[in-house]
Design a protein. Structure first.
Length: 524
């Protein structure tokens, strides 16, 4: 039975880490003039340069053997085929099916899931054509001009991030807003600028029972009632739902034909490819949404079919394992330089930490090694004047993913060059450092690792590929660590306790002294 910390490669990698403890990345370049060529790879529209990592060919070779030892290729195939890779919830994780060619079939438990995917996409397309084309009218005959997506977690982060990333593709006919925080200010700041007769609400909740989402949804409904000559029939023109709980959505007042299909085999953080992506399709159009799916599909095919030595998600994953388990780096910075990618660090934070923030393996055994890093970051132009100080001179060793597109607006050449040269210089400075400064407080030790991830452009296809790249990286690391990347029982615990505190049934339940005192404070 496979165990990461008892595998042959694990022990060898421990020794290699010890042997290379005093190595400097800059010296690797001095001894190998083709290091960039040997340690970079491109797939479709993404180039990854991983040469600025403290990693040698023997280390990389052993990491690739580790992937084989974990039976990664077999487990990739099992995920794609609909095997119940989410073992604790006994179901598949079929986000890759959401972007497969619709002409293909995929039978799971005797049912062709591609039939359901095709049907759901057709529903999204028809709805988008009506709303974007002006055929869908509000209760008083006005065209819909505002979309408010009410969701949280995967029902918010993914769609919001993609809409921001593809802001240049957005229609001028619609404004798209996202509300997630249960703090009423989040919702009220959006509603204060809107007219109910021109506004469509998307209530996006897999269970249609998520506390934050449903509180916001009911408040939005009350605002709509208070600001219209309300009739029950109006709700069908201004509220739609994305959920698996059709009955609950209908009880809310949403018409059956306005409920967009969703399935248990789609995890929340992987759901933007499904009907949860409705606000994306409304914002950029269904054609561009299809291109987003196609970009992800191209990365899916690359991940499934490319040898691991040139496989972008596998390489990123293995380098991350090297950092976390053999170099003592428990944090990871994601630094996009394109402003439109400013929400990407938050999205990847959820994807990585919610997926692999585990301390028990798939056999239920407590593990004795680290898993997901603490993922954080923001746009590089701002970060350079803030937390980059810690990256350069802090005592922590934080590997970085630098991300940017090569192609930019031809009318902003000076901005484009400054953006990319700033990013390149930061990666170089992290590696080289500055050890000959006159004063010790100016010394930067360098020898800090980074990946350079370059997109051909910012387009639906490229963004689709980029997101899928990280999805598969996270899955690969889960396989290496022998953990389930598709459950989130820690999240469920916090939700359950919050519901309990808000339930009259448990009003007199005793809590710890601190929690009870705080509850007494707000119940005074």
């Amino acid at each position: 039975m496979y165990s990461f910390s008892h595998s042959k490669s694990y022990l060898k990698l421990k020794q290699l880490a010890l042997n290379s403890e005093r190595d400097r990345i800059a010296d690797y370049f001095k001894s190998d003039s083709e290091r960039f060529i040997n340690m970079s790879a491109k797939a479709n529209n993404i180039l990854i340069d991983y040469s600025k990592n403290k990693i040698t060919e023997p280390v990389l070779k052993e990491l690739l053997l580790l992937a084989d030892e974990s039976e990664l290729q077999k487990k990739i195939s099992l995920m794609y085929s609909g095997d119940h890779v989410n073992c604790t919830e006994d179901r598949p994780a079929l986000h890759t099916a959401l972007r497969r060619e619709l002409s293909e079939s995929l039978s799971v438990a005797g049912q062709d899931v591609m039939h359901d995917v095709s049907k759901a996409l057709a529903h999204v397309e028809a709805f988008c054509d009506q709303v974007r084309g002006g055929a869908w009218l509000g209760y008083n005959g006005n065209r819909i001009k505002n979309i408010v997506n009410i969701g949280i977690g995967g029902s918010d982060l993914g769609p919001s991030m993609v809409c921001q990333a593809l802001c240049e593709y957005q229609t001028s006919e619609l404004d798209v807003y996202f509300v997630s925080n249960v703090d009423a200010l989040d919702l009220n700041q959006v509603l204060v600028r809107l007219k109910p007769e021109e506004t469509m609400f998307i209530v996006s909740s897999k269970s249609f029972a998520t506390q934050e989402t449903m509180l916001n949804a009911h408040s939005a409904k009350q605002w709509f009632v208070d600001n219209t000559a309300y009739k029950e029939s109006y709700i069908a023109k201004h509220f739609v739902a994305v959920t698996t709980n059709i009955t609950a959505a209908q009880d809310f007042g949403i018409a059956l034909e306005n409920i967009f299909e969703f399935w248990d085999w789609v995890g929340g953080r992987y759901s933007l490819w499904s009907s949860t992506g409705l606000p994306i399709a409304l914002s950029i159009g269904f054609s561009a949404f299809s291109e987003l799916l196609a970009g992800a599909r191209s990365m899916d095919e690359h991940f499934l079919n490319t040898p691991f030595s040139k496989n972008l998600p596998v390489l990123l994953a293995l380098i991350g394992v090297w950092h976390i388990n053999f170099q003592g780096s428990n944090a990871h910075a994601v630094i996009p330089y394109n402003q439109c990618l400013n929400q990407l660090p938050a999205f990847l934070q959820q994807l990585d930490m919610e997926s692999n923030g585990k301390s028990v393996d798939v056999e239920g055994r407590h593990i004795d090694y680290d898993t997901a890093p603490i993922v954080w970051g923001q746009t590089g132009a701002n970060g350079q004047h803030a937390f980059f100080q810690l990256l350069h001179q802090g005592s922590q060793n934080v590997p970085v993913d630098f991300i940017a597109s090569i192609k930019h607006n031809i009318h902003t050449a000076s901005h484009n060059k400054a953006l990319l040269t700033n990013m390149f210089s930061q990666a170089q400075a992290l590696m080289l450092g500055c050890n000959d400064a006159e004063y010790s407080y100016k010394v930067c030790l360098g020898n800090k690792s980074s990946n350079m991830i370059l997109l051909d452009d910012i387009s639906p296809t490229s963004i689709g590929s980029l997101i899928a790249l990280y999805e598969h990286k996270v899955f690969t690391q889960g396989v290496i660590w022998n953990i389930n990347s598709f459950d989130q029982w820690g999240v469920e615990l916090g939700k359950a306790l919050a519901l309990r505190m808000n339930s009259a049934e448990f009003e007199h339940v005793e809590h710890d002294a601190s929690t009870q005192a705080l509850l007494d404070l707000i119940n005074m």
